[in-house]
Design a binder for this molecule. Sequence first.
Ligand SMILES: C[S@@+](CC[C@H](N)C(=O)[O-])C[C@H]1O[C@@H](n2cnc3c(N)ncnc32)[C@H](O)[C@@H]1O
Length: 223
Amino acid sequence: MIKLIDRWNQSHSRIPNNKSESNYAVEREKLFPRNSHVLDLGGGSGTDAVYFAKHGHTVTVADISDVGLTRAKEKAKNEGVELSTAQVELGQQPLPFPPNFFDIVFSRLAIHYFQPKETTEILKNIYEVLKPSGITYIVVKSPDDKEEMDFLLATANQISENVFEDNGEIKSRYTKEQLSEFIKNAGIENFEVKEYVEDLSGRVDSVKSGNSRFILNEIILRK
Ligand SMILES: C[S@@+](CC[C@H](N)C(=O)[O-])C[C@H]1O[C@@H](n2cnc3c(N)ncnc32)[C@H](O)[C@@H]1O
């Protein structure tokens, strides 16, 4: 079975250099306080992170993939901005940052690879590194995306409620109710979980399913 890190390294080596920043990043960056300290968790090869840095924020990308992080650094250098990187395996270790460190924790499509217990622990870890008055903007895939769910049901094994095993990799598609339960179990009281539909049209990178939009669940945690 191919190791998780190798799988993601292969994936990042295929990403085009001119991949566009996500619409989610563009929309949510408008809500960041100016000159924020931002963590992009599972930020891969840094497209959204570089977009944030170009808008004046101090940004760290954390990801399992060293290939992704190296590409993120190169991209930042080419664009004339600074970026910090940290290699981390979510679900296996706490975040390598002090408590109360970031104004914003942003994470797009990166914390939906875990079982309920690990997801709860990851949410707890995210909350710990958030500064008082900090906020998260996190999106994960939703079971309400019928096309994505049909694809998963046809190609992966369901191992528990909304958790799938796809060639050795876990993929979760939790409902808003499940996510809310995990957040409460992490001891977090001030939060919202709501649907977010991301328009994918006009993007440089292709989406495997060929869909023109993602139906996602957004997790906002406030400290
Ligand atoms: C679907 S990609 C999303 C990348 C980027 N956030 C975006 O929106 O384009 C998932 C990201 O999560 C990272 N990732 C997957 N599993 C991880 C883990 N256990 N720990 C840390 N990062 C992980 C991958 O390397 C990849 O960069």
